[in-house]
Design a protein around this ligand. Structure first.
Ligand code: G3H
Ligand code: 13P
Ligand code: NA
Ligand code: ZN
Length: 328
């Protein structure tokens, strides 16, 4: 059944687990997520970016979610807008059946320029007012995602800020977090501690200098009842990088967020963990493998089925690692 982010994360907090939020763009990803959730009896967050909504079309996406929920009625599904950039994106998501929206006011409406604190409070508060009137949940974000190694934005995959920022903007300030939650009444808070979107998060296995999990611990001490969200939380597993490269890909060596760091977050109030890149890597590796091993094939099902299965395997691993198994 469809449930809100608030309902799902309250349950996760009560039982001490984390819920992966997987991005969806198409049917194969939807089936991969739901087959994994069903096989492990886990609740799930499915999220669509603005890019996903324009890629799949809002109506197609809405009916796809309807179908997935109907197919697995016993699995709690939160349908969430990822990185909403303004009030209209959030309102139209809810019109299409989303039970939760992210209002990302850490960036301006262009989703590239870092915003002022006042702008963020103001727009997020307007969205929580609107969403709560109709029973939907809201995730806010305080602090800008980006690399503490370089201060750089996320140009390589086309979203996030452009240019260089200092640690004061790349790390969420705990005092400000307390004020932000009180003023905006968000149901969940995404915080910045050195992760970024995409495959190229870290040039080495991250330590506390470049992945500041201590910020999460401090915010959780100050806001013990606020559900925290980690963005940019793909692990970028070595074996998935290797498969892509083995079959003609060119992914330079890179590191993501180690599972044990996410587990440390879950012990400290992190309840929603956003994962897109790992699923992309898993699918692409299998598509590359099938096309290169059987160049005579041209039936899309021949490569999409292994891609779906590889993504589903990643989803299962995350449900297990985050302690969500059996909580549906
Ligand atoms: O926000 C990041 C997610 O990975 C979605 O990416 O905007 O390319 O769909 P996207
Ligand atoms: P990854 O790119 O690390 O998978 O992060 C996804 C994300 O944060 C979506 O909002
Ligand atoms: Na989100
Ligand atoms: Zn994100």
């Amino acid at each position: 059944a469809r449930i809100t982010l608030r309902q799902l994360l309250d349950h996760a907090a009560e039982h001490g687990y984390g819920v992966p939020a997987f991005n969806i763009n198409n049917m194969e990803q939807g089936l991969a997520i739901m087959q994994a959730a069903d096989s492990l009896k886990a609740p799930v967050i499915i999220q669509a970016s603005r890019g996903a909504r324009s890629y799949a079309n809002d109506i197609v996406l809405a009916k796809l979610i309807d179908a997935l929920v109907e197919l697995y009625p016993h699995i709690p599904v939160c349908m969430h807008q990822d990185h909403g950039n303004n009030e209209a994106t959030c309102a139209t998501a809810i019109q299409h059946g989303f039970t939760s929206v992210m209002m990302d006011g850490s960036l301006m409406g262009d989703a590239k320029t870092p915003a002022s604190y006042e702008y963020n409070v103001d727009i997020t508060r307007r969205v929580t007012d609107m969403a709560h009137w109709v029973g939907a949940s809201v995730e806010g974000e305080l602090g800008v995602l980006g690399s503490l190694e370089t201060g750089q934005g996320e140009k390589e995959d086309g979203h996030g800020f452009e240019g260089t920022l200092g640690h004061d903007q790349l790390l969420t300030d705990p005092d400000q977090a307390v004020d932000f939650v009180a003023k905006t009444q968000v149901d969940a808070l995404a915080i910045a501690m050195g992760t970024s979107h995409g495959a190229y998060k870290f040039t080495r296995k991250p330590d506390g200098d470049i992945l500041a999990m201590s910020v999460i611990e401090e915010i959780h001490r100050r806001l013990p009842n606020t559900h925290l969200v980690m963005h940019g939380s793909s692990t970028v597993p070595q074996d998935l990088q290797d498969i892509i490269n083995q079959y003609g890909g060119a992914i330079p060596q890179t590191w993501g967020v180690p599972i044990e760091e996410i587990q440390r977050g879950i012990k400290n109030g992190v309840r929603k963990i956003n994962i897109d890149t790992d699923c992309r890597l898993a699918m692409t590796g299998q598509i590359r493998r099938v096309l290169s091993e059987t160049p005579e094939e041209f039936d899309p099902r021949k490569y999409l089925k292994p891609a779906l299965e590889a993504m589903s395997k990643v989803c299962k691993q995350r449900f297990e690692e985050f302690g969500a198994v059996g909580h549906a």
